[in-house]
Ligand binder design. Structure first.
Ligand SMILES: Cc1cc2nc3c(=O)[nH]c(=O)nc-3n(C[C@H](O)[C@H](O)[C@H](O)COP(=O)(O)OP(=O)(O)OC[C@H]3O[C@@H](n4cnc5c(N)ncnc54)[C@H](O)[C@@H]3O)c2cc1C
Length: 595
């Protein structure tokens, strides 16, 4: 062999070695779309794993959906373990919640009742509430695995029933039913729009977690403070960057914000379903995904904050907390202001929130102020302004949070936990156990980050396995004989023996109409004249008294600051830039989940 030939071989070997060393050294890249808590978590976790991450957020501010409350209630680590672990990691301290706010209370025809008051003053209502809770608990207990709630045909059948029909069977006295309706619409959505299986599954998730665990502490500054803690850790964030299109091929993804393109190995899509609908994906999602985007029910919940120069409710102080009214007025929060002033936050949920879309912001604030003033005569004088958050009509959310409607678990269960090639999904709506919460958003971000890591290591994510309904039918039939389910369905085994195929054919629920008929609208014509309000009277019984009496007040939420860091890592790529040279990870199996 000649020396020249040897030299040539050596050069080739050195060349090969350098290329492989370079490939090894190349930092993996990911783009996260959406700067809510899910996207922030995914970006943070990926960055910690050594990824080069660029976070693109449509709005000027980071943090996404977060309530108006400046001092949000936080569950303890039993109720919200992931949330608490991040609070610890970022050294964000919470304040223990006063004992009296840790359990819900009631406002019945304007009169305030603790649970104990109710037992002595309205025993029939208290008894009925207990009966409801016991029946619901039994229903929840029948789900052995909340990650697989439709494990047998009987449970599967619950997905075809709405919560309102189930409540009808309980024949609760009127006041108890009103309070139950209000609690359900506040936490999820209108009972008539909610899958009974979803309601039971969520109750199962929180079984053993008491109200006291759920409102164990308060986070001063609210969830925007947590969002800012994530923001501080991230190297590359681009606000005011609404993503319009994502194209993926075997080598990577190209993410477009108008005419600007970004390239990366993977993308995490951490936006709510209605926002996802506005992003053009190439190749397109399959029909199941597209149907889920359009059809999955979101609960409606808007928040109105009335601000006062000082607490006007001192004399009749009703202590702050979760208060359910039987008159359709949503859950109330009356909280001490952190820096002077006093705020009242009123949550308007379900069909009440849908109805209120016909009111302008000012009209809505006026109408609620009128009622507050009737109860606390200093209210109007101390009133300094209001803020309204209408999540329900925000095109970026299209609702407050996921709340599966009838038939939707059967079709879409854990659909968004499966990556579609190089696209991984995150967001509260993708979490099986804690949708609609901060906990769910954070968990989904963690899951998405580890999926991206897994994909890059060549892992494939198979469809989440669920017990085949047909195989479980025999078990269900056994369970249903003369037992709990028979009672649930009025002594018949109809649901258990219903053919599974038929159940699976129930069509997706249509996206809720912007304004739906309601049983007990929030705002009734007021006796006190509002200065500016020109409100069409709503045909219902007037709210008899004003909202709850409360504690000292609190300050408005400080808006999360817009973050505009220079794009140190992922740089805008020219539109026709070559795709990144990283070898394609094995594409994940796209589930064709036809339940
Ligand atoms: C009124 C209300 C009260 C709540 N109360 C509580 C509570 O007490 N406790 C609790 O645990 N949870 C509560 N939640 C739920 C909790 O706030 C949410 O589950 C959580 O904030 C959702 O986070 P996310 O990251 O999934 O979505 P989001 O916060 O919605 O984040 C999505 C982000 O994506 C951005 N985006 C959308 N489209 C694009 C695009 N094309 N390009 C780039 N960015 C885009 C949006 O601007 C947004 O910032 C409440 C929610 C509401 C609405």
């Amino acid at each position: 062999m000649s020396a020249g030939w040897l030299r040539a071989c050596a050069l080739v070997l050195i060349g090969l070695f350098s290329v492989s060393a370079l490939a090894k050294d190349k930092q993996s890249t990911a783009i996260v779309v959406g700067g809510g808590l899910a996207g922030l978590t995914a970006a943070y976790e990926l960055q910690n794993k050594g990824w080069q991450v660029t976070l693109l957020e449509a709005k000027p501010d980071m943090g996404g959906r977060s309530g108006l409350a400046a001092s949000e209630w936080i569950g303890n680590s039993k109720a919200q373990p992931v949330l608490n672990s991040y609070l610890d990691a970022f050294k964000l301290s919470t304040l223990p919640a006063p004992e009296f706010v840790r359990v819900p209370s009631y406002l019945i025809d304007g009169e305030y009742f603790t649970a104990a008051d109710l037992a002595t003053k309205q025993p029939a209502t208290a008894e009925a509430l207990k009966r409801y809770e016991k029946t619901l608990d039994e229903l929840a207990a029948s789900i052995s695995d909340p990650e697989n709630p439709a494990a047998n045909s009987t449970l599967f059948a619950l997905d075809q029933i709405n919560v309102s029909n189930w409540l009808d069977k309980l024949q609760l006295p009127t006041t108890a039913r009103q309070l139950v309706n209000q609690q359900i619409r506040t936490r999820y959505d209108e009972p008539s729009r909610l899958s009974l299986l979803y309601f039971a599954q969520q109750t199962r998730v929180y079984r053993g977690v008491s109200d006291r665990d759920l409102r164990a502490a308060r986070l001063p500054g609210g969830s925007p403070v947590l969002a800012q803690a994530f923001v501080k850790q991230l190297k590359t964030i681009k606000t005011s960057s609404p993503v319009s299109a994502i194209t993926q091929d075997k080598d990577g993804v190209t993410v477009s914000v108008g005419t600007v393109s970004y390239k990366a190995d993977y993308v995490v899509l951490a936006v709510p379903l209605r926002a996802l609908n506005k992003i053009q994906l190439t190749p397109s999602l399959d029909t199941l995904h597209l149907n889920a985007i359009k059809g999955t029910n979101y609960g409606w919940r808007d928040q109105l904050m009335l601000k006062f120069s000082n607490p006007v409710w001192d004399s009749k102080a009703r202590l702050s907390g979760e208060i359910y009214s039987n008159t359709g007025l949503g859950m109330l929060w009356i909280e001490p202001a952190i820096k002077g002033g006093a705020n009242v936050i009123i949550n308007l949920s379900g069909d009440n929130a849908r109805l209120l879309q016909t009111f302008g912001d000012k009209q809505m604030a006026d109408q609620v102020l009128i009622r507050l003033h009737a109860f606390y005569p200093k209210a109007r004088g101390a009133f300094t302004g209001y803020e309204i958050r209408r999540y329900s009509t925000d095109p970026g959310t299209g609702g407050a949070y996921l709340a599966f409607g009838p038939g939707q678990i059967s079709k879409y269960w854990r659909l968004w936990e499966r990556p579609v090639q190089r696209v991984v999904f995150a967001g509260e709506h993708t979490d099986a156990l804690y949708p609609g919460t901060l906990e769910g958003a954070l968990r989904s971000g963690q899951r998405a980050a580890s999926q991206v890591q897994g994909l890059s290591a060549g892992k494939s994510f198979d469809p989440v396995s669920a017990a085949p309904v047909a195989a479980a039918a025999a078990v269900a039939a056994k369970e249903s004989k003369g037992g709990f389910f028979s009672n649930l369905f009025g002594g018949s085994d109809k649901a258990a023996s219903k053919p599974v195929e038929k159940v699976a054919e129930v069509p997706a629920q249509p996206v809720p109409a912007p304004v739906a008929p309601v049983a007990a609208p929030v705002i009734a014509p007021a006796p006190v004249a509002a200065p500016q309000a020109k409100v069409e009277p709503v045909k219902t019984a007037p709210v008899k008294k004003a909202p709850a009496k409360a504690q000292p007040a609190k300050k408005p939420v400080a808006k999360a600051e817009a973050v505009k860091k220079p794009a140190a890592q992922a740089k805008p790529a020219p539109a026709k830039e070559q795709a990144a040279k990283k070898p394609a990870a094995k594409p994940a199996t796209v589930a064709d989940a036809k339940s």
